[in-house]
Design a protein around this ligand. Structure first.
Ligand code: FPP
Length: 260
């Protein structure tokens, strides 16, 4: 039955397997270490229901919780949620204001559960340029979970991958000028150390919801060998079963890293 999965465009929820059957299937294969998620389709989800766009973001936040639980259940090591891009500031002010309040809400509702799960929250992106109440919530997440050793949850907020790469280049040049490193030391491994994902494995799998087939400035350096999974499902409809199906699809791909 699993062979009927579409390889490129995930069809979403039609494997016919129950959650426990899927879990059993997934546990037979290596679990991806790092999954990146481009959560897209909140606005369309709300529009379909005659709701305002921010209602879609509220529903999307609940999915973040579900997917964290589902990932933790199967021992994924790193989850990276693309939550707010450097381009998202161009949205209407009311929507940006709402999105900036989400970390504060999430802190109130979910911090304790994340602590109980031994999860460690990290922020990728320039949180210093978010409103002070957002920054405070993000710092509290990081601070209260910094010694945890379980699932690493990255929220990419005010994040753009080109910006991340440019900053890394500037830091490398500074360090060459200061004599901290030699120009000949610059290689992929060194570059990895200057990126915001320093110390983390590259994403094995990138999932994008809502039918858009693009990467939108997300982890451009890190995804060189990631498997990509695109599904028509809108983010607020992306259940744990669909998440497990995406993982199972990934587990049936052949990763060759350029070799034969
Ligand atoms: C894209 O959908 C989604 C976003 C820009 C925001 C995603 C954020 C969350 C789901 C919540 C994150 C939670 C925390 C705690 C940080 P869209 O609005 O572009 O959808 P559309 O393409 O249908 O308009």
């Amino acid at each position: 039955m699993l062979k009927s999965f579409k390889r490129w465009m995930g069809s979403g929820g039609n494997s016919g397997l129950t959650q426990s059957e899927l879990l059993e299937e997934i546990r037979k294969h290596p679990i991806p270490e790092h999954i990146g998620i481009i959560m897209d389709g909140n606005g369309r989800w709300a529009k379909k229901r005659g709701l305002i766009r921010t209602a879609g973001h509220a529903a999307g936040m609940k999915r973040v919780r579900d997917i964290i639980r589902a990932a933790d259940e199967i021992g994924i090591k790193v989850l990276t949620f693309y939550s707010f891009s450097t381009e998202n500031w161009k949205r209407p002010k009311e929507e940006v204001d709402y999105l900036m309040k989400l970390p504060v809400k999430f802190l109130k509702t979910d911090l304790q559960e994340l602590i109980d799960r031994n999860a460690k929250v990290q922020i990728l992106g320039e949180k210093e340029k978010t409103p002070s109440f957002t920054q405070k919530a993000l710092e509290e997440f990081e601070d209260k979970t910094k010694n945890n050793t379980g699932l690493i949850i990255n929220f990419a907020i005010n994040y753009g991958s080109r910006d991340e790469i440019l900053r890394a280049i500037h830091h490398i040049i500074d360090d060459v000028k200061k004599g901290n490193i030699d120009k000949d030391d610059i290689n992929e491994e060194l570059m990895n150390r200057y990126l915001l994902t320093c110390g983390l494995p590259d994403p094995d799998l990138i999932i994008r919801t809502s039918g858009e087939i693009r990467i939108s400035n997300f982890l451009l350096w890190q995804l060189a060998y990631s498997e990509l999974f695109f599904t028509d499902t809108l983010w607020p409809d992306f259940t744990d079963i669909l998440f497990y199906e995406a993982i199972n699809d990934f587990q049936h791909r052949s990763r060759r890293y350029g070799a034969v």
